[in-house]
Design a protein around this ligand. Structure first.
Ligand code: HMG
Length: 391
């Protein structure tokens, strides 16, 4: 147990891309019934990065308001979780550290395990804070989800970042122990180093997710966790928002509970509003679900929320957090709605151009087209170096 020290999420901020593609446009291209997207997978649109946006620009945009509010003095660690990394050696968080002008006395590291890495980052951050409660940790999860054109996964693409400030006496979510863990060596979704798009066995990945959710829950209960009925809501990893419904139904049924649509919807319905418009943001997805839940009209003060994080390959973790009384005054609901609503909707041709865009790998100087209206941009790739700048 963590004793009397409350540790958890003190601030949470979301950013996404300049552009978006609607599922109506995708359906018009591939002939799918729009019901398959709107109802079957629960997606309305997907965020699409501009040529001068990537995981760093989204991360810096998410983190800037957090660092702006708290100041950088107590942040001694930045943990950057991603599975769409831009360099095999250098941590993407160092670019964010530089863009935000943070002190040199900072530790910066990148973590990977598919969509689960954001949760690993959160728990590693909490452990650092328990070691020294005067410190805060900036956790960033940022990803671009990209499948081959016309792959069934294309409908579940997306891109976004979250920044979370983890510290003692948190203003939003107090993390609880125990947590439940599950790992299995499985090839449901992966991306070899030589590919820019992911490989996936769609149905296998759904089955692997459900099995992992059940396994993580089993470990959680064996370690003395809460019972299912105690939670007001559940944040699941959302590769597409219907997956949260599928997972919760599976968890309820596996524990012998009724799983009618109303019960499932009451548990997960408040978490899906943002992800239905953004799409899969891998490491950020579950925490964007949390942002939507906190930004919703319901007062959740003092209520326990369950979290099920899944990353293909696969690792899952179930854990609990209690929403801190007074949390509403710390939210960034207006910013979150704005970053989603201000995206420019592109037509199919433009979307496919952006999907195919990449910088030449010849070591020359390649400025990026000026497209984003976000606060930070990728200026280009010059002599194999990615150069970022405030816009
Ligand atoms: P698909 O073959 O295009 O779609 O693949 P489908 O035929 O399975 O249909 C999807 C749903 O729409 C079904 O509902 C249909 O019945 C329904 P279900 O039976 O599953 O409840 N449907 C309709 N509903 C209403 N009106 C209609 C209609 N038509 C059909 N007219 C799939 C879908 C998600 C598999 C595909 O998009 C894919 O491969 N996505 C990528 C993989 C993925 O997202 N996997 C999720 C679990 S793994 C995970 O979460 C990890 C991940 O985030 C990566 C990481 O960890 O890093 C992916």
């Amino acid at each position: 147990m963590q004793g009397d020290l409350a540790v958890g999420i003190h601030d949470l901020s979301v950013s996404t891309t300049q552009f978006a593609l609607t599922h109506e446009t995708l359906a018009a291209h591939n002939g799918a019934d729009i019901g398959k997207y709107h109802v079957g997978i629960g997606q309305r649109s997907m965020s699409v990065p501009a040529a001068d946006e990537d995981i760093v620009t989204m991360a810096a945009a998410a983190a800037a308001p957090v660092v702006g509010r708290a100041g950088a003095d107590r942040i001694r660690t930045i943990v950057f979780a991603t599975e769409s990394s831009i360099d095999q050696a250098k941590a993407a968080g160092i670019y964010v550290h530089s863009l935000l002008g943070m002190p040199s006395a900072t530790r910066v590291v990148e973590l990977k395990q598919a969509c689960y890495a954001g949760t690993a980052a959160l728990h590693f951050a909490a452990a650092l804070v328990r070691q020294d409660p005067s410190q805060q940790v900036l956790v960033i999860a940022s990803d671009v989800s990209r499948y081959e054109p016309d792959d069934p996964g294309e409908a579940t693409q997306g891109a976004a970042a979250v920044a979370m400030l983890v510290g003692a006496d948190p203003a939003l979510v107090r993390l609880e122990e125990p947590t439940g863990l599950f790992t299995a060596d499985i090839m449901d979704f992966w991306r070899p180093n030589y590919r820019t798009t992911a490989l996936v066995d769609g149905q296998e990945s759904i089955a692997a997710y459900l099995q992992a959710a059940e396994g993580a829950w089993k470990d959680y209960t064996e370690r003395g966790g809460r019972s299912l009925g105690e939670f007001r809501a559940f944040c699941y990893h959302q590769p597409f928002t219907r997956m949260a419904h599928k997972a919760h139904r599976h968890l309820l049924q596996s524990q012998g509970h009724a799983a009618d649509e109303d019960t499932v919807d009451r548990a997960v319905g408040g978490t899906t509003a943002y992800n239905a418009d953004i799409g899969n943001s891998y490491t950020a997805s579950m925490y964007i679900g949390l942002a939507a839940l906190l930004d919703s009209a319901e007062d959740l003060a003092g209520r326990p929320v369950g979290f099920l994080s899944y990353g293909s390959g696969s690792v899952a973790e179930f854990f609990a957090g209690t929403i801190v009384p007074g949390y509403r005054s710390e939210l960034r609901s207006g910013l979150h709605r704005d970053v989603i609503s201000r995206r420019r909707i592109v037509d199919f041709t433009r979307y496919r151009e952006l999907h195919a865009f990449s910088f030449p790998a010849d070591g020359g100087d390649h400025p990026a087209p000026r497209e984003t209206t976000g606060p930070y941009r990728l200026a280009g790739v010059f002599g194999h170096k990615r150069i970022y700048e405030p816009r």
